[in-house]
Design a protein around this ligand. Sequence first.
Ligand code: BES
Ligand code: MN
Ligand code: MN
Length: 466
Amino acid sequence: MAELAVEPVFAALQRGFDASIERLCALLRIPSVGTDPAFAEDTRRAAAWLVERLKEIGFDASLRPTSGMPMVVAHDPDAPADAPHLLYYGHYDVQPPDPLREWDNPPFEPRIVQGPHGPRVVARGAVDDKGQLMTWLEALAAWKAVHGRLPVRVSVLIEGEEESASENLEPFLLANADELKADVCVISDTGMLGVNEPAITTMLRGILYLELRIQGPVRDLHSGMFGGAVPNPIHMLTRVLAALHDAHGRIALPGFYDRVFALEPEIRAQWRALPFDEKGFLAAAGLSRSIGEEGFTTLERLWARPCCDVNGIWGGYTGEGSKTVIPAKAAAKFSFRLVPDQDPQEVLAQTKAFLSSLIPTEYRWELVPMGMGRPIRVPTTSPFLGAARRALAIAFGKEPALIGCGGSIPVVATIKDRLGMDSLLLGFGLDDDRPHGPNEKFELVCYERGQRAHAALIAEVARLAG
Ligand code: BES
Ligand code: MN
Ligand code: MN
């Protein structure tokens, strides 16, 4: 099929950039905090907004109910029948904005603020994932506006439960496999190493999120009457949490490393040559020194090694003053980041076995899984990856780096396992964007280049068909 030129699309994106910022701000004003029932209606409103926008730019779009938040599904009706088929994925849910006091402006009142890279938009969801999904949505809109049609087949899937482990996604993919199957999935929900350092993510860590609840006595006890003679669940909890790591920063669960892949020496060498600003990365968190598993660099620890973090812990008396009490209960939330070829189900079983071996029978305990996602690597030799490399090089004027990502996007493994599709992870976030934190932001220069990269990707993919 005939190629269509990308230059007029770039020109249209440039002319329409201010309007695209307005649209992003309109989406950011909808407080789609997916995990909080109080925001359920708002979250649905974000989905409806996307359906309207997709219809406006010429897609057949609909809201598809699930037992949780609806899926936004769209197809391009004018698609050339034999062209490559892209499935764009994004998520419209955002993390809770708390603590509100730490925001310079209300999280759902987006502001354009000047920074060292020029203007940026500050709001919850700016980079994760509203600003990023809008990069491809704007590129699709500009193609259709300029040429009247796209040179590739396009389908869209945007979910509203990514931040809470995508529970309804797998059943939805299975039930709609024929409709959603494409040649490759395109996702912008990751980062790059700097404004002028485009990147393609080729490795994502998986996740296993757990809550451990331990009970000692049936009710809180006077610690003078009982102390020294009865089990204290906080002691047991802190002991097992401390036992998760050994003195070398490794995770102590028997069998935990059995399936951990060995990073190829070529990739280690590539990563060591990346322009990673470790000092700046740590400084963004107010730190000056990193910690972790011995024998690995910071990037290797973040991208290619598993880890375990306690995310929250509670129990006993934490109010004003003192209270001499032995608490009945203690609990913690903790999570593992997993790497290929670890399996969250298997790590769950290892954790249970480990806890059983450590916690004596005087305590009652339960371990509740709160979310899982499998780790994944993306093949770096596919023609689609080649097209993505060229697209980023065109948009940024610089060859992209192949990087890893310490975060998790469970859909990527699900799409691979269930639909047999690989993903292209073209992310435009920066290390200091504060996703999930106060004053989350997205640089407008990243927004603009992201839009251009997606416009170029469409042209490069069309060209693959020859
Ligand atoms: N977009 C992030 C994943 C990510 C994190 C990319 C950091 C780049 C850097 C995604 O929305 C996310 O937050 N995922 C969760 C998954 C969890 C809720 C199952 C994560 O990684 O904690
Ligand atoms: Mn995200
Ligand atoms: Mn997120």
